[in-house]
Design a protein around this ligand. Structure first.
Ligand SMILES: *Cc1c(COP(=O)(O)O)cnc(C)c1O
Length: 374
């Protein structure tokens, strides 16, 4: 044990690289930007970005400025887009670390121009437009006037326009068609007027909306091996066996004991053994990302078999009914996410059980545990 936790998130870099290659293959000649925000959806930002780079990736996206700085400091080359803005007083970081700001306010433009003028160094910016996401961005009708207004900032170069779909994971969604109708004229305008690029597609659009590829596709969740359409999407798009989950979350067994019939398990005494049972304890609880709502409901893998969680999940432990698995011993591997022998627990399965999406499952396990890169 050497003093380290028995809980580990193991990320297979080779799978990340292969996922990138597979998705770039679908995109054809349109470059795929890897979204590596939120520590690459919990996979470890720098390692993940380097794995994608190995697959040919030259464009990366993060949310916050500090993430872009960390990525560059970690030795990642290529274009890095900061998509959600920044404090005006931090404008210098874009120059120091060669990052591309995505802007939608005059205050950001002003802050960048001041810094650029001071350094005598121009900077490329992309404009953010809200075409239906209802989040950050200029209204489509505002974009041309905003761009006009940037003329007074001689160091700012308009290099692109971007937007984001709220429902591209749903094939044929009306909001996707509507957003694209607003975006296509902007794409034409920015190409003609500034010779700049346009990008709006995410993982969902990569699979469902080739008409939305434009000049670049910003892919997140699919790179991590989760299809935006779940199991059904994997099958229907021929991605099965090609798009693979890269993250496993494993632990080890602390104790195995026979419990006689009629014993209660864990806080609240919510589970009573209906017969003699073999109960294993593992050092995983809600502080490790195992949601307490999965008490008496969640399943994990032991000895290549699916076994249920019994009783309430504690902060640092939970109990498993391993009666159906023979020879379970202290120190045996337990898999909470990923494959063990012929069985697998996917992020989509956990997401369906807990009423969320695979993005959140990866972020939770990845952010709350130590990483190991394979
Ligand atoms: C997170 C994000 C993406 C990637 O979305 P996925 O659904 O994970 O592919 C693309 N664009 C922006 C602006 C994002 O914030």
């Amino acid at each position: 044990m050497r003093g380290e936790s028995w809980n580990r998130v193991v990320v297979d870099e080779h799978i990340l690289t292969e996922n990138y290659r597979f998705l770039q293959g679908i995109a054809g000649s349109v470059p795929v930007l890897a979204m590596v925000k939120a520590d690459a959806y919990g996979h470890g930002m720098i390692h993940a970005a380097k794995a994608f780079a190995k697959g040919g990736c030259r464009h990366f996206g993060v949310a916050e400025l500090c993430e872009g700085v960390e990525l560059r400091k970690g030795g990642v080359e290529g274009e890095i887009f900061v998509t959600i803005g920044f404090a005006a007083s931090d404008a210098s970081f874009f120059f120091d670390y060669s990052l591309i700001p995505v802007i939608c306010t005059a205050a950001h433009a002003e802050a960048l121009e001041q810094e650029a003028a001071k350094r005598g160094q121009p900077i490329a910016v992309h404009l953010k437009v809200n075409t239906g996401m209802g989040r950050l961005g200029l209204w489509p009708e505002e974009v041309e006037a905003f761009a006009e207004g940037l003329k007074k900032y001689p160091h700012l170069q308009i290099a692109g326009v971007m937007s984001h779909f709220p429902e591209a994971d749903i094939p044929g969604s009306a909001s996707t068609t509507a957003a694209l109708e607003k975006f296509q004229p902007l794409r034409k305008w920015i190409k003609e007027k500034y010779n700049a690029i346009a990008h709006i597609a995410n993982s969902g659009a990569l699979f469902n909306h080739p008409e939305a590829y434009c000049d670049m596709i910003r892919v997140g969740i699919a790179l991590y091996g989760s299809h935006p359409g779940g199991e059904k999407g994997l099958k229907e798009t021929g991605s099965q066996g090609k798009l693979l989950p890269a993250m496993r979350f494993t632990s080890r067994i602390l104790q195995v004991k026979k419990f006689p019939q009629g014993m209660t398990i864990s806080y609240g005494c919510t589970f009573t053994t209906p017969k003699e049972m073999t109960i294993a304890v593992i050092p995983v609880g809600y502080e490790d990302g195992l949601e307490r709502s999965r008490s008496n409901g969640g399943v994990v893998l032991v000895g290549g078999k699916r076994v249920p969680i019994c009783g309430r999940i504690c902060m640092n432990m939970c109990m498993l009914d391993v009666s159906a698995v023979s020879g379970v011993a202290v120190g045996d591997e337990v898999v909470l996410l990923g494959r063990q022998a012929d069985e697998i627990i996917t992020a989509d399965e956990i997401a369906a059980e807990t009423g969320t999406i695979s993005h959140e499952v990866f972020c939770r396990f990845g952010r709350m545990n130590n990483h190991f890169i394979e």
